[in-house]
Ligand binder design. Structure first.
Ligand SMILES: *Cc1c(COP(=O)(O)O)cnc(C)c1O
Length: 243
């Protein structure tokens, strides 16, 4: 496990990469938010990120988030993984942003829960930009319809789009491989935003390809490995600590 100092150093290095990519694209560095992806990592590392100035953290599994969140009280949680409808009740109202709205049935479940709690849940529509069977997300050509559908729910605020491009083929530069997918996402966001002005965010870019994402207009990058080191074997759980 990394030390808190290493996490702080890594955060400074990631911030430099983001800032540099923003400046070379003629963008303002403050317009790109870093989200720390803490999956598989213990709560200590999540707290180290917050202490270093990174309150926006993300998990991709609801079960792991449930175990970890009480131990990281100051985090602003984002949900970035595929979400099953039966997990919606744990998520709504407890995540600042759900990056995973990818089908009407899930949108219905999210809005029903938000209505029950009397909250406005912020969401991003997830797009499977590379048509990758291993990934969640709606098809590119369904995106505008799903955005329109979700923003029609009174208790949801659709603030943008999220994607995860396919893994680059072995030996290929991840930045170059991801660039055309991110460009497609930017065009999709621009089209959605021209109809629905509140659709502003683009959640895209990870440790290996953030430069391409920022160049293509990402407003949120989701960074795990570059901040917290290699991932553990599986989800973190409290029982792991006792071993
Ligand atoms: C794990 C994960 C990330 C972070 O990936 P790294 O390559 O470790 O930065 C980003 N987005 C999603 C959806 C993830 O599941």
């Amino acid at each position: 496990m990394l030390s808190a100092e290493q996490v702080a150093e890594n955060l400074a290095a990631v911030r430099d990469r983001v800032d540099e990519a923003a400046r070379s694209a003629g963008r303002r560095p403050v317009d790109v938010r870093i989200i720390g992806v803490t999956k598989t990592h213990p709560p200590e590392l999540a707290r180290a990120a917050i202490a270093a100035g990174l309150p926006d953290l993300a998990e991709n599994r609801v079960q792991e988030w449930r175990a970890k969140a009480p131990l990281v009280p100051e985090a602003r949680w984002h949900l970035i993984g595929q979400l099953q409808r039966n997990k919606v009740r744990d998520v709504v109202g407890r995540h600042v942003l759900v990056h995973a709205a990818d089908r009407r049935s899930l949108v219905d479940a999210l809005s029903a829960r938000a209505q029950l709690l009397g909250v406005l849940q912020r969401v991003l529509v997830q797009v499977n930009v590379g048509d990758d069977p291993a990934k969640g997300g709606c098809a590119v050509n369904e995106t505008l319809d799903l955005v329109a559908y979700a923003r029609g729910r009174a208790h949801l605020a659709v603030e943008g789009l999220m994607t995860m491009p396919p893994m680059p083929p072995p030996g290929h530069d991840p930045v170059a491989a991801a660039r055309p997918y991110f460009a497609t996402m930017r065009a999709l966001r621009d089209e959605a935003q021209s109809r629905f002005p509140e659709v502003v965010h683009l959640s895209m870019g990870m440790s290996g390809d953030l430069e391409a994402a920022v160049e293509q207009g990402a407003t949120m990058v989701r960074i795990g490995t570059a901040l917290f080191g290699p991932r553990g074997q599986g989800p973190w759980s409290p029982s792991q600590e006792e071993r």
